[in-house]
Design a protein around this ligand. Structure first.
Ligand SMILES: [Fe+2]
Length: 311
């Protein structure tokens, strides 16, 4: 059966039709792989036939599956994270823009979620294209951030550890295991070649070589780029909807708007490669992305304000 690709908007995301992930052949996988690189987020509905094993096997076609060091991994399948939130167990801090696990030297390339239990209302997931976000910057800003690097940290997970000596020792061990990596502020997607704004408010902590107030101001501005509606899509889940996203080029945000209802998802994550940044002197990006940022050219000249009139 031919796979039909229906773009969700001009910038990010496509819904696939005619896909059965429980029986995907090589040709079907190639279509999905290429669509993921192009559209950055794929939504595939009605995958009731897909077992957990099928989901893992599908993920493994992209590359080795990874095991999250802090998340609730399934006991007999540590590659699967069960995100099961309810009244007694409110969501961890997922309501912040982020790419998954950028505290690793080699963050995941793809993350995949399958919806199992959904709240009666709410529980959507928002995505934002960071390749569109890069293209939306002025050339002046693109030049400024060209070649910068930023430090990442597993900061939000630190609260999982208590104050006991044992907990502190465990935290120290994890700090040794996951020392703060430097990642490029502008990464280059290894397949599409698109440039990607690669800082996020969940894990990025500082820009190399800047004073902390300068770094905070720059990062604060760049984080805000994920909030531009044109670069976004919002997935309304149904049970057995599968969504996969290219973690190298999008950020996501899970609004926590369904408490105390239950929402349960199964996540499989594909291990990553070290992000590569832009190098050398600035040159404008030559690889096309989806959607046209700033259509109509530069903004028109603002009307002259009274106090700016020539005498
Ligand atoms: Fe996430």
């Amino acid at each position: 059966m031919a796979i039909e690709i229906a773009p969700i908007n001009g910038f990010i995301g496509a819904e696939l039709h005619g896909v059965d992930l429980s029986r995907l052949d090589d040709a079907g996988f190639a279509v999905i792989h290429d669509a993921l690189v192009k559209y950055e987020v794929l939504v595939i509905r009605d995958q009731a036939r897909m077992s957990l094993e099928d989901q893992m096997a599908f993920g493994a076609r992209f590359g080795p599956l990874s095991v999250h060091p802090f998340s609730p991994n399934m006991a007999d399948k540590p590659e699967v994270i069960v995100l099961d939130y309810s009244a007694d167990h409110p969501a961890a801090r997922t309501d912040i823009w982020h790419a998954d696990e950028t505290f690793r030297p080699n963050p995941p390339i793809v993350t995949m979620l399958r919806a199992r239990v959904l709240p009666p209302a709410g529980g959507d997931t928002c995505f934002s294209s960071m390749s569109a976000a890069y293209r939306g910057l002025s050339e002046r800003m693109q030049r400024y951030i060209h070649g910068l690097e930023a430090r990442h940290d597993f900061r939000p997970f630190r609260s999982l550890f208590g104050d006991s000596a044992e907990a502190k020792a465990k935290l120290r061990k994890l700090e040794d295991e996951f020392p703060n990596p430097w990642h490029p502020v502008v990464a280059v997607h290894p397949v599409s070649g698109r440039r990607v704004l690669y800082v996020n408010p969940q894990f990025t902590v500082a820009v190399r070589g800047m004073k902390s107030d300068e770094s905070d101001a720059l990062l604060g501005y760049l984080y805000g780029r994920a909030s531009v509606p044109e670069y976004q899509l919002r997935v309304k889940w149904q049970v057995d909807t599968v969504v996969l996203w290219d973690n190298r080029s999008v950020q996501h945000y899970a609004p926590h708007d369904y408490y105390p209802a239950r929402r349960s998802m199964e996540r499989v994550t594909i291990a990553g490669s070290v992000p590569i940044g832009v190098t050398g002197e600035y040159t404008p990006e030559t690889v096309a992305g989806l959607g046209q940022v700033n259509p109509g050219g530069p903004p028109k000249k603002a009307p002259v304000r009274q106090f700016e009139r020539a005498a």
